[in-house]
Design a protein around this ligand. Structure first.
Ligand SMILES: Nc1ncnc2c1ncn2[C@@H]1O[C@H](COP(=O)(O)OP(=O)(O)OP(=O)(O)O)[C@@H](O)[C@H]1O
Length: 273
């Protein structure tokens, strides 16, 4: 990980993300499916929020609405005091399946978003090289995606998205397809980069450990319809050595919260049954 500072720390602290009274209904085979009901949450700028909950509780739907890819049936979403009603450059999205272009090198992949957004300096090396270094791929800058592992391809996707300096980084189970060791590395790398850039991040996860490790706040959703059941803060991490996974996993607070969320999950499962 490079200690070089970012060429343009554009993500200055602002109002953050605000979701108010958001509901979402889908029409499916002549029936109305209520995916989300009256969701209200806020995520301060520069913080990491995690959407956690049982399968089908509406995590991806909420993330897609924040991305502007879906419209709420009711309620409103604001990012840094601007209404979100369509996709925009202020938000960047990373999906589980590695969305790099196979015919472009790592460097060209990272520069791609900047080029289509009309940033003439994209190939001036600065921003592109900075983010390639930030995700530890400097030795692979000229390699093509098929020459990289899954974790490395996901690093390309993260570098490409961050190179656009999104005010909000949206991630839908970004590390779900990775082996446990790579997953840990990627979580640390993500925290390192977004803390340095002060990017606000909203992540969808299925995994309790990941949610508590990444999140400053964990939003637990219940299902049918998806409602915000609990907002869980992870302030206990401030007292732990940064990046020390063992200290985190062994802390009483982690164990207590992990058990608590496991119970929330189990209750959801019982209700579904
Ligand atoms: N385009 C759509 N049309 C109809 N129903 C939909 C659509 N998209 C999502 N749904 C429904 O909305 C609900 C929430 O789905 P969503 O994918 O957001 O949940 P999720 O929590 O992300 O699930 P998972 O963890 O399994 O990915 C589900 O009942 C799903 O079937």
């Amino acid at each position: 990980m490079s200690s070089t500072s970012s060429p343009a720390n554009k993500a200055t602290l602002k109002a953050g993300l605000s979701v108010k009274g958001v509901s979402k209904e889908f029409q499916s085979r002549g029936r109305t499916v209520q995916a989300l009901d009256d969701i209200a949450l806020s995520l301060p700028a520069g913080k990491v929020g995690v959407l956690l909950g049982p399968s089908g509780c509406g995590k991806s739907t909420l993330l897609r609405m924040v991305a502007g890819l879906e419209q709420p049936s009711a309620g409103s979403i604001r990012l840094n005091d601007r209404i979100v009603d369509q996709p925009g450059r202020d938000r960047g999205m990373v999906f589980q399946d590695y969305t790099s272009f196979p015919w472009l090198s790592v460097r060209e992949n990272v520069a791609y978003g900047l080029k289509i957004n009309g940033d003439r300096n994209a190939l001036n090396e600065g921003t592109v090289d900075y983010f390639i270094r930030a995700v530890g791929l400097e030795k692979f800058a000229e390699a093509y995606p098929h020459q990289l592992s899954g974790g490395m391809r996901q690093r390309v996707a993260i570098a490409r998205t961050l190179a656009n300096y999104p005010e909000l980084l949206l991630m839908d189970e970004p590390f779900g397809a990775l082996d446990p060791e790579t997953r840990w590395q990627m979580q640390d790398l993500l925290l390192d980069v977004v803390r340095k850039e002060r990017t606000t991040v909203l992540v969808v996860s299925h995994d309790i450990e990941e949610a508590l490790y990444l999140g400053d706040t964990v939003f637990f959703l219940s299902r049918h319809p998806g409602r915000l059941k609990e907002t869980i803060g992870t302030g206990f991490k401030a007292a732990l050595p940064p990046g020390d996974r063992e200290a985190f996993l062994q802390s009483d607070d982690y164990r207590r919260l992990e058990l608590h969320i496991r119970r929330l999950m189990r209750d959801e499962g019982r209700q579904a049954a």
